[in-house]
Design a binder for this molecule. Structure first.
Ligand SMILES: [Zn+2]
Ligand SMILES: [Zn+2]
Ligand SMILES: [Zn+2]
Length: 89
């Protein structure tokens, strides 16, 4: 996490990966998503801001969980909402 500029990303020692390749909230309402993100606080896998329902951002706002990781194959990055910080790992 060498290029991280936020203490939340710095505090992550092991990245949580998606348990399922689907947005937990979209599945409940029968919606579609574009990309998936995994909350690094609780492990919830939710959809990105390009998806109609933006569940990952809604979850971060509602829960206060700051950091998500991309759950897309081949992508290795973390993002912190409150600090608008991005880091590859
Ligand atoms: Zn942060
Ligand atoms: Zn969703
Ligand atoms: Zn969470």
């Amino acid at each position: 996490m060498s290029d991280a500029t936020c203490s939340d990303i710095d505090a992550i020692t092991a990245v949580k990966h998606a348990k399922h390749r689907e947005c937990e909230e979209c599945v409940k309402i029968g919606a579609r998503w574009v990309h998936l993100r995994t909350c690094q606080e609780c492990g919830a896998t939710l959809c990105c801001d390009s998806s109609p329902n933006r569940h990952a951002t809604k979850h971060a706002r509602a829960s206060g969980h700051p950091v998500i990781a991309s759950a897309e194959p081949g992508e290795r990055w973390l993002y912190c909402y409150p600090h608008d910080a991005f880091a590859e790992y």
